[in-house]
Design a protein around this ligand. Sequence first.
Ligand code: BGC
Length: 864
Amino acid sequence: MIGNAAHRAPDSVRMAAPARLTPYGLRCEHRETPLGVGEPRPLLSWRLASARVGDDPVAYELEVGGWSSGRVADPAAIGAVYGGPPLLPRTRYVWRVTVWAEDGTEGSAESWFETGQDVWRASWIAHDPRAVDHMDPPVEGDQALGHHGLLPCPQLRTSFENTAPVTGARLFISAKGLYEARVNGHRAGDAELAPGWTDYRRRIQYQVHDVTSALLDGENVLAVTLADGWWSGFVGFEPRSPGYHYGRFPELIAELHLTFEDGSTRVVATGDGWRTGHGEVRYGDLLKGECHDARAETAGWDLPGFDDSSWRPAVVTGDDHSLLVASRDEPVRALGELLPVSSTLIGPGVHLVDFGQNIAGRVRLTVRDQEPGRRVTVRHGETLDGEDRLHTANLRTADATDVLITAGGAEEVFEPRFTYHGFRYAEVSGLDRLDDIRAVVLHSDTPPVGTFECSDPEINRLYENIGWGQRGNFVSVPTDCPQRDERLGWLADAQVFLPTACFNADVSGFFSKWMRDVLDAQSSEGGFSNVAPLLSGVADEGAPGWADAGVLVPWHLYRVYGDDRFLDVDAMARWVDFVAGNNPDLIWRHRTGPHFADWLAPGPATPREVLATAFFHRSAALTAEAARVRGRHDEAERLGKLAARIRAAFAAAFVGDGGLVEGDTQTGYLLALAFDLLTPEQSRGAAARLAALVEESGPLTGFLGVNLLCPVLSAHGRDDLAHALLRRTDPPSWLYQVRHGATTVWERWDGVGAASMNSFNHYAFGSIGEWLYSGVAGIDQAPGSIAFEELVIRPLPGDLSRASASYESARGLISVSWRNDGEGFHLRALVPPGATATVHLPGGDTRRVSSGEHTFELVRGEKS
Ligand code: BGC
């Protein structure tokens, strides 16, 4: 891999611990040095490190601009909400945190953030939509492509004069559709597929780019290309023509705020006076692909000196700023590149390129010495068919085809900008030879925070596959898959995978944004949806386990990051009350929407009401907890009672002697055990029955049980069985996929099924990743612990000879590494400052330890 960013190790893993207590990893609203923070009282947070054992914090002080929190005694603090005077818009605030240790030593660190927009003055503008009919005809041959009514990507530009040197320039920008902005020919920022996907009928995120270095004396040009994106392109399941889920053509809004040497300011905004035209991007669509006719490139259109008098005036489409909000997440970025592992000529001018890894992204192709008008086509696929040709049936109607029509010349570089594909293979046709081709990895920028490695190379490959699945499916929203005509933010997929995702990467900002999408999609009656962002034409009444993500996701985020603002108790309670209102006997059976059951379970179906009522109880119990955390005690009591009544109803309806759960399925037992629906005695019976079922047939869960399988088995003393499942190679199993060449996690356990529903990059079954960290390596937090303040370090070696994992938690670095050899068991554990840990050694010995590094040796035959 080149520019290995997609695989980079967490910062702290490369860093030696400082000699004394020191804050590091400073974040504002879960992001490092963000531009355009919209929150009036942002959360400022930090991690802690120290080389000393027991070097815990006792107090902190925050200084932001001229404001100070004063010294606050708080041994658990890893963040605090800004409490000073109102922040000014579009302003940089430098902030510092100082932390004191028990012995009086102090450490501090500095960072900054910039606030966002207050009042917009720009108007929305577009290429004249009525002019579309009179536009240049599609280039020769385009009709044959069948571009499904997709229109050329509009270019919009304005120019302005600077008479004094610029000391600061920030571009505040968004689009209905996708934008790519340039200042004097330089790309503004590095966001891809911006402004990202939200339900644009409710909320449109804007980004802020620092473009200071691109500004010139004299004439300057702000130039933007727009594309349909999720706004007006193909989204979800769309066979023939775009569904126009949000709008019919793209629009732009932008303000460039300039500060000059003498302190004066100026704003260049979209509105009257902008000009529009078209260039080489004949269409760009997320599902269909992108076509560049390099012959139509308008040289210099984004530079000063260009004569745009033949361009049309842009049309002002409106002045409504009410839906514009600051971004909460880091954008999608190009975060790595792959060179081919092989390239084969499979026909005249047709090359099959294997990148060796299934990814989400696109290809960058360099062609040399071509005549003008040569048509080069790049098709994408995840797998090959029986004849070693690209298999595209599982893409359904996503063409995933990019086209370059060459302008001719020494060298041309083609990289689409407004599409992405899920692929490992690319088929390039129209070239006698391939000069330079590489795959560009795209995903939401979620900093890596976890590592895992063990003595079994196949498990290590599984771990890698899980990480690639996460990268390929965290593209602005958590999607089910990146390749076919779907790519939707399905709530259950996100919910079951979230614990794994949190160990792999810092997803706090990403999910802070997506939880807004989930709330935006909540119905006025309180129903959470199946997908978020919502779009027309997709089943929106939430199914059990899908809609419940509206409760399960924020609760998990709160536990991992310690930010109780994730807990929107009102929204959560409205969901619970909605289900209760429709099901007065508290068995969840009444609904009007779809029921996806235990999706893709290969075994006997878990009865729907068992599954639904288990989730109903889980949502009610967690909402009661959330209310307690937020100080809503009456609500906590009310919901706690409701949860107890649901539990009783579940027991009466579905739990039999000895803990038998109606349906007698693995997922039925898993949900009942994990969601605390059984008495201790019933639990023993249920766990034994679960173990027997697992021993009999291997894993038979679908999406809703799979994440619980190994954690529940090991919690009930059957880590031997959890390990046996992990290492099993017959289908259904994780290693079956690995043995069959998987480089991501498959939608179906065995990868066999109708092509139309057979994605090779679906992360739900990858939710085993959590147990690799928490079970095999042994990094977990105690029940009731928040932000890893109280660790449980309980390695489960099975018959592995070693494992190690590290996790850059919200509090600081946690790491565990163990070796189980002929001489005994050796364990090293690092506990971050402010945390304590209970270490469970194999054989039953338990130790309480403070922060710092600890080693344990269990010599064979003795305890130590
Ligand atoms: C998606 C799933 C999703 C499901 C709902 C499928 O088409 O790919 O991942 O959760 O629909 O059952």
